[in-house]
Design a protein around this ligand. Structure first.
Ligand SMILES: [Zn+2]
Ligand SMILES: [Zn+2]
Length: 283
């Protein structure tokens, strides 16, 4: 849309700001409630000595959990600032990102899987770049301070990482059909998924992860192994990019199967070839 007046611009800015405050509140609320439930679950499993769905015996201690929580809340605030910043910048170029458009169902339904496929590709490549030696220290080291994370670590990012991850939605809505319903649904599922894969619990049905034909979902063990070994398993939702690029951990399936077997005793990482434990926070 071009040729808008100053009043249009002001109204658009207020609308954007209102929307973002709502999004920030919904995001924060969902994150805190769901992550706290997952932390309570892992603590209960530890207390009962159960290893059902549980990846490892170790969990971040209280100080680490506090750091993960504070850092994630800061990141969620940065996501909103990144989105406002990019939208205001787009207005400067005469582009209004208006999500009130009541898109037809045939456009929105395919957009729901598409947004996860696009986010997975975006996450994989930005994540790989952040692991390069020139970027790791300033962008990604904060996230890897959690070796045995809890759900609170989902958005435990340094400023630049938060900005990059927060910008995904802006790129998406500029390139593909989207409206508020789609974005809210995406954000909700993304928070639940991201918190779960950091929780130390793996509730994903094994066939969705390791089945020869249907096993493409990454799930919790996949990302937990990334925190454990650093330079493998960069994907978020799917195993696709890691398999294509040869960055999937060679012991992943073995470790996953052990965790989902009755023998699981919380020590699956002893199966890592050349096993060398990293320092872990917590007990
Ligand atoms: Zn992580
Ligand atoms: Zn990483």
């Amino acid at each position: 849309m071009t040729g808008f007046s100053e009043l249009d611009l002001l109204a658009q800015f207020h609308r954007t700001w209102d929307k973002l405050l709502t999004t920030a509140f919904v995001t924060l609320f969902t994150y805190v409630i769901f992550c706290s439930a997952m932390v309570a679950l892992i603590l209960l499993l530890r207390r009962s000595g159960s290893y059902k769905f549980r990846i490892r015996a170790t969990i971040s201690g209280v100080a680490d959990m506090r750091r993960e929580l504070v850092q994630s809340i800061l990141s969620i605030s940065i996501f909103q600032i990144a989105m406002v910043g990019s939208r205001v910048l787009a207005m400067g170029f005469g582009i209004f990102i208006d999500l009130r458009d009541p898109l037809p169902l045939w456009k929105i339904v395919p957009s729901f899987p598409l947004i996860f496929i696009a986010h997975d590709a975006y996450f994989y490549w930005t994540h790989r770049v952040m692991h390069l030696s020139g970027f790791y220290r300033t962008m990604h080291r904060v996230h890897h301070r959690s070796v045995a994370p809890t759900a609170y670590a989902a958005y435990s990012f340094a400023f630049l990482e938060a900005w990059i991850q927060g910008s995904f939605l802006v790129f998406y809505v500029l390139l593909f059909p989207a409206n508020t319903t789609l974005i809210v649904a995406f954000v909700f599922v993304e928070i639940i998924y991201n918190s779960t894969i950091h929780s130390g619990v793996d509730p994903f049905p094994p066939w969705l992860v390791t089945h020869r034909i249907f096993g493409w979902v990454a799930g919790s063990v996949y990302h937990d192994l990334h925190h454990r070994t650093m330079n493998w398993n960069f994907g978020l939702y799917f195993r696709l990019w890691d398999r294509l690029m040869g960055t999937e951990h060679p012991d992943f399936v073995r470790i996953h199967n052990y965790i989902h077997s009755p023998e699981n005793d919380g020590g699956a990482y002893k199966l890592l070839s050349g096993h060398r434990p990293r320092r872990e926070g917590g007990a």
